[in-house]
Design a protein around this ligand. Structure first.
Ligand code: AHR
Length: 519
């Protein structure tokens, strides 16, 4: 860790190089804590659906074939919206294949993941699963091999009460009440060369605008998401947003952002992920607001960060089958996460919350088995990865408003990414329950950090709970046999003295401090 201050730091010689000074004040409101920040993603990919959420032969399966152990863990994770059915998968998907009597549904090739899909789960099953899990489904339509008409068809099938061919078909299929799905993604990663039906910006922009306009003729209140770039490294990033929003600005609410982070063996670089996500968000915001300004619009388009996570994409786990091998539900993208990965995930959530004024929705990609916090054994156990913990605790305890913290932190230079703050932190404040929560990550790979926070602005406070997730070996991974020997544990070094909160944050750690506040 360098002993200089991060660029936004104020000069202050009263603390040591390894202290980060923070001011928490309920007056510094960024925006609301949005439940939609805590979304996830279920794609027909690998074992996410089959032997993930759905496994009729499993001893814990319910009458609909859903694994109740996974349902329970999903609820414990505190997931709000769940995006479905893809991902790359959706760009070759015929939604009609997944409705009606299961034994009459066609088995299809899934070109995106070189697999075979038996279509035993479709939109009706997913809506049913969502209700059981207590989550809101967020659908994506296929704008790769299909177009406006098919998007209108699935919308009619899902949301019209009855009296039309497709709504009556849904009722005949057993879903008497409409699914009332309000969030819809207009395709997936259409800027990516790997995408089935990959398009130029101008081609996608027209199709997305036409589709959005037509979908709004069915229901003007839908929340529509245009495809943004698949990541900040895309050669068209920026220009893609400009072109897409120039056509769609008036008819969409959100533009998507996707970003994955990989540990290539340099832990300090890996720990800069939150900083890199923050830069990406700021960049997207500038592209959105450029179009807004050119259009002289008073409408505000915001971000749906609907794919984010750690994904070790260059490892063997992500190798898709090839040749004549078209397996059903192969083990794909089954990354095993370390404590360090969990710290990164905690930091990414802090970053999303810190940007709650512009990030209005987000989805951890994905939920089960595929780069996921929840893992299952076919026919066997379900267990929690390390990344489960910061997500579940943040989702459970962040409430009310997001507070912008004044932070003076030592700064870190990693190999490629330089000049980022060692401390990443955010706070939430819920005036109703009288609780303020500080979420903090020490991004240093090697040195502990003292958090020195002025919390007097909150009024009289007491610590309800302080937990830290870290481990002597940051590369420790949970397994089905041992998913509990390293858990978030009480941080005994947290002290609240008058208006001053101090805490020791070990290297590579995620911490949550809950304060009861007397108003
Ligand atoms: O989440 C895995 C894949 O990553 C998704 O299918 C795709 O949208 C992205 O490239």
């Amino acid at each position: 860790m360098g002993n200089h201050q991060s660029s936004d730091a104020r000069n202050d010689t009263a603390h040591t190089a390894n202290t980060a000074k923070v001011t928490v004040d309920p007056a510094f409101v960024v925006g609301p804590v949005r439940r939609k920040t805590f979304g996830a993603f279920v794609e027909h990919l690998g074992r996410c659906v089959y032997t993930g959420i759905f496994e009729p032969e499993h001893p814990n399966a319910d009458d609909d074939g859903f694994r109740t152990d996974v349902l329970e863990l999903t609820r414990e994770l505190g997931v709000s919206t769940v995006r479905y059915p893809g991902g790359n998968f959706v760009s070759g998907y015929r939604w009609e294949d997944g409705v009606g009597p299961a034994d009459q549904r066609p088995t299809r090739l899934d070109l995106a993941w070189h697999s075979t899909d038996p279509n035993l789960v479709g939109v009706d099953e997913f809506a049913k699963w969502s209700a059981k899990a207590g989550v809101e489904p967020m659908m994506a339509v296929n704008l790769g091999t299909r177009g406006t008409q098919e998007a209108l068809d699935i919308l009619e099938y899902c949301n019209i009460k009855g009296g039309t061919a497709l709504s009556e078909q849904r009722k005949a299929n057993g879903a008497v009440e409409p699914h009332r799905i309000t969030m819809w993604c207009l395709g997936n990663e259409m800027d990516g060369f790997w995408q089935i039906g990959h398009k130029k910006g101008t081609e996608y922009a027209r199709l997305a605008a036409e589709t959005a306009r037509a979908m709004r003729m069915i229901d003007p209140k839908l929340e529509l998401v245009a495809c943004g770039s698949s990541g900040p490294g895309m050669p068209t990033f920026g220009e893609w947003e400009r072109v897409v929003l120039s056509e769609t600005y008036d008819v969409v609410d959100l533009i998507s952002a996707h970003q994955y982070f990989e540990d290539h063996g340099d832990l300090q670089e890996h720990l800069s992920a939150g900083y890199r996500m923050d830069l990406f968000i700021k960049d997207i915001v500038s592209h959105i607001d450029h179009v807004k300004s050119v259009k002289k619009s008073t409408k505000q388009v915001n971000i749906s960060f609907d794919e984010w996570n750690v994904w070790h994409a260059s490892r063997a786990e992500s190798k898709v089958p090839s040749g004549d091998d078209w397996p059903v539900a192969p083990a794909l993208l089954e990354d095993r996460y370390t404590v360090a990965d969990a710290v990164v995930v905690g930091d990414l959530l802090i970053t999303l919350l810190r940007n709650t004024d512009r990030v209005h929705s987000a989805s951890l990609a994905q939920l089960v088995n595929v780069i996921a916090p929840i893992m299952t054994e076919p026919g066997g156990r379900a267990w929690k990865q390390t990344t489960f913990h910061p997500f579940a605790l943040t989702s459970r305890h962040a409430a009310g408003t997001v507070l912008n913290l004044a932070i003076e932190s030592p700064s870190i230079d990693a190999e490629k990414t330089t000049g980022f703050s060692a401390l990443s932190a955010v706070a939430s404040y819920d005036a109703e329950s009288g609780e303020a929560v500080v979420f903090a990550v020490n991004r240093s790979a090697s040195e502990a950090l003292t958090l020195d926070a002025a919390v007097g602005g909150l009024g009289a406070a007491r610590v309800i709970e302080a937990v830290t997730y870290s481990n002597k070996d940051p590369y420790w991974q949970a397994t089905a046999d041992d998913s509990t020997s390293v858990l978030p544990a009480e941080n005994v070094n947290v002290k609240l003295d008058g208006g001053r909160l101090t805490a020791e944050l070990p290297a590579v750690s995620w911490t949550m401090i809950r304060l009861a506040v007397e108003s």
